[in-house]
Design a protein around this ligand. Structure first.
Ligand SMILES: [Zn+2]
Length: 275
């Protein structure tokens, strides 16, 4: 009996020793994350009232009076990306090196595993310079999701299944409007191509993530202002060629020339009325 107990004891000692030695490659960056959250918490704990001066330099009277009625701001958009890297490990590394200055809330690998890298309420650095409608700080209002894909082929079904599950959760949790599920190339047409022409936007739209055009289309009016139509959807049309390509990358996919055919104009006409 004693020997039996000794064996159990030995088993636990060995198990603990093995788990202690198991490599935890992100232990240090996890610690850095917690430290940074602490620093941010200090910022939101501040209760200094606003200090302003008028045009003659006199200070404007002010006082802090804490309200009882508030909560956290929440994301209202989801931006989908491809990583353009070879493996999700490479992406995890990229997103945990301070010098890269890029990150996302979630990374989904080809097997459908979801890496959650940042609390949804915090601001990831995934959108960069971009504009959607009049929103010029997409990072502040969005969740960024990176899909492990090099941009040169279809997405793995397991990966899309996980994405759909994640989007379902996010849409419900933050009441994100159907139209506000967009791609990186939509919000930054001159700079970005992701998630690319292989991304299954129609599948997503069927589940309520992003809009799609009707199966039956009415011919668009001859005098349709297609620039205005793109703008109403959300595209920044300052670089018009890029905006047309971005639209086609999302909604046409089989052809991304920087001009519209008649049939493509009908799609645009049908779509913009939904926004
Ligand atoms: Zn991107």
């Amino acid at each position: 009996m004693k020997k039996y107990l000794y064996q159990i004891w030995l088993f636990f000692v060995v198990a603990i020793a093995i788990s202690a030695c198991a490599p935890k490659p992100y232990a240090l960056t996890d610690k850095a994350y917690r430290q940074q959250v602490k620093t941010l918490a200090k910022t939101i704990r501040l209760t200094d009232s606003v200090a302003l001066t008028d045009s003659s330099g006199r200070s404007i009277p002010s006082e802090w009076v804490g309200t009882t009625n508030f909560n956290l701001r929440k994301p209202n958009y989801v931006v989908i990306h491809y990583t353009n890297q070879k493996t999700s490990d490479e992406t995890l590394k990229t997103f945990t090196l301070p010098k890269t200055e890029v990150s996302a809330h979630y990374v989904i690998d080809k097997n459908g595993k979801i890496y959650h890298m940042l609390n949804d309420y915090l601001r990831a650095w995934h959108a960069g310079v971009g504009k959607w409608g009049n929103n010029t700080d997409v990072n502040s209002s969005s969740i960024g999701i990176e899909l492990d894909n090099y941009g040169d082929g279809p997405y793995a079904p397991a990966q899309i299944n996980s994405l759909l599950a994640l989007l379902t959760k996010l849409k419900k949790a933050y009441n994100i409007p159907t139209a506000n599920f967009v791609g990186h190339s939509d919000i930054a047409p001159p700079r970005k191509q992701d998630p690319g022409v292989f991304f299954p936007w129609k599948t997503l739209a069927k589940k309520g993530f992003g809009l799609w055009y009707d199966d039956t289309l009415q011919p668009c009016p001859d005098d349709m202002d297609y620039i205005l139509a793109l703008h109403i959807i959300g595209y920044d049309t300052k670089d018009l060629k890029s905006a047309i390509i971005a639209f086609k990358r999302h909604f046409i996919q089989t052809n991304i020339d920087p001009q519209f055919s008649g049939a493509e104009m009908d799609i645009l006409y049908n779509l913009y009325q939904k926004y």
